[in-house]
Design a protein around this ligand. Structure first.
Ligand code: FAD
Length: 443
């Protein structure tokens, strides 16, 4: 099959003799004349997309190695639907098989422990060394030990479930065991955090589920460290005050949250200065997060790219996603500070802008001076209705940043657009959007 494609100008990994993959390419990749060794760290939404598009657009001469710790990827997107039993975690699993077999990406299972930017090598915990011309870092986020809790507490008693997997299943089980009169308490960290609408969506889905199961006795307390709802404010305000009125108790500007994982008592300070103490049945603390590996002394911090003012994120040039501190190191997805929201759809967009810029760099060309990215996000409000949010971001050369374009594209100061209604048609469209996004990323 692969050899037969030669007449179409295609090639194969095998025909190139590129060692390591052991798979044949089933798509006719171009021969663009570009050559280079790119190492991608992290096979999530951002890393998988960039690996695929580097090969698709860069062709056979661009060697792409994707380093990923896990054997498969579990989508965080849609994982809130596990909590009401609509999905299970297994339904959120994706593999990298297709980007290996169809695009000739070399998969390297392992965990990065260092990037040596002087010798341009990525070093894995098993000692493997991967030389690079450019490295693209997409490791997502890690979570602080906050509210008096440890990582072991998150894993066994008070799951944050802000990375989909075993904690999502544990939280689902805890919700399923709730009885009339029980209280569900969740926290939202100060922005920026992963998926701005995600916590509000979760509050709605849990409230809807508890109402159906427990009736009026259901109660969901949301402790938001922020002063306002961070995404889709109109629709979530409607959801909290009308659709889930009397069930969701939404509190803003909350500080000093303390959680006892054994007794499940929660205390916090309100904006007024009052301290509140509450007995919860289930606690879902979403802790503050930071780029994976960004703690002082950890691998990404050691690479010198963690340079946001709060010391948590890697600041990048939004024309090519190159670190503003270290050349030839690009950061995409949730780990980057680039002015765009930390979201999977956005990670996919950043990956494409980055892939294009890296390929141009391999050809000694400047990046596209006017990149455009779009963001779309659907938020289930009940088990069968949803809202959505969309925005188009354009490059503003004056501030050298990405800004939301107004509805008619006339200015760069517009606001993201929310769905006019929360309804079942949106819920149905959401499934199509998700399938398309994951297909564009993993297939
Ligand atoms: C509940 C929830 C709902 C969400 N809903 C939406 C939504 O509706 N729409 C949307 O757009 N976004 C949504 N998001 C956000 C979205 O999931 C993230 O923004 C997106 O996954 C970020 O992509 P990423 O590639 O940066 O990180 P990830 O997708 O987390 O991938 C990072 C990868 O890097 C790997 N890795 C980390 N460190 C190393 C290392 N040292 N070596 C090797 N590999 C490593 C990890 O194993 C992981 O596979 C949601 C998130 C949550 C939690």
């Amino acid at each position: 099959m692969a050899w037969g494609l030669a007449g179409l100008g295609g090639s194969t990994v095998g025909s190139m003799g590129w060692a390591g993959s052991g798979t044949s390419v089933t798509l006719p990749l171009a021969q663009t004349g570009l050559t280079g060794r790119i190492v991608v760290i992290g096979g999530g939404m951002a890393g998988t997309t960039v690996a695929k598009y580097l090969r698709l657009w860069g062709g056979t001469g661009v060697q792409v190695t994707l380093v990923e710790t896990e054997a498969h990827y579990t989508s965080h997107i849609m994982s809130n639907l596990v909590l009401n039993g609509s999905r299970d975690v297994a339904s959120l699993r994706y593999t990298h098989d297709r980007i290996v077999s169809a695009y000739g990406v070399k998969r390297q299972r392992g965990t990065v422990k260092r990037i040596n930017t002087a010798t341009q090598r990525v070093i894995l915990t098993d000692g493997t060394r991967l030389p690079y011309d450019r490295v693209i870092v997409a490791p997502g986020v890690q979570f602080d030990e906050a509210y008096g809790l440890t990582q072991a507490d998150y894993a066994t008693r008070t799951p944050h479930a802000w990375r989909a997997g075993a904690q999502t299943t544990l939280l689902r089980q805890q919700i399923a065991a709730m009885k009339p009169g029980d209280v569900f308490v969740m926290t939202i960290p100060k922005a920026p955090y992963r998926c701005p609408p995600g916590p509000y969506e979760r509050a709605c889905l849990v409230a809807d589920h508890l109402k159906r199961r427990l009736g009026a006795a259901a109660r969901v307390v949301v402790l938001d460290a922020n002063a306002t709802i961070q995404a889709e404010p109109e629709n979530f305000h409607r959801a909290f005050t009308q659709i889930h009125a009397g069930v969701i108790d939404y509190r803003t500007d909350v500080t000093d949250v303390q959680i006892d994982p054994l007794t499940r008592r929660v205390s916090w300070t309100e904006l007024s200065g009052d301290t509140v103490d509450l007995q919860a049945a289930v606690i879902n603390p979403i802790p503050p997060h930071r780029a994976t590996g960004s703690e002082p002394g950890d691998w990404l911090a050691q690479a010198g790219v963690i340079n946001s003012s709060d010391g948590r994120w890697a600041v990048v040039d939004v024309l090519n996603y190159e670190s503003t501190a270290v050349p030839r190191v690009h950061i995409i997805g949730d780990a980057a500070q680039c002015g765009l929201p930390k979201a999977g759809h956005v990670a996919n967009q950043e990956a494409k802008i980055c892939a294009d810029a890296v390929l141009r760099a391999l050809g000694q060309r400047a990046p596209d001076p006017a990149p455009v990215a779009n963001s779309a996000c659907y938020s289930p409000i009940t088990a069968n209705t949803a809202s959505w949010l969309t925005a188009v971001y354009q490059y503003d050369p004056v501030t050298r940043s990405m800004k939301v374009a107004a509805d008619n594209g006339s200015t760069l100061t517009g606001r993201a657009i929310e769905a006019a209604q929360i309804n079942s048609a949106n819920f149905r469209q959401m499934q199509g959007w998700f399938t398309a996004l994951m297909g564009d990323t993993f297939a």
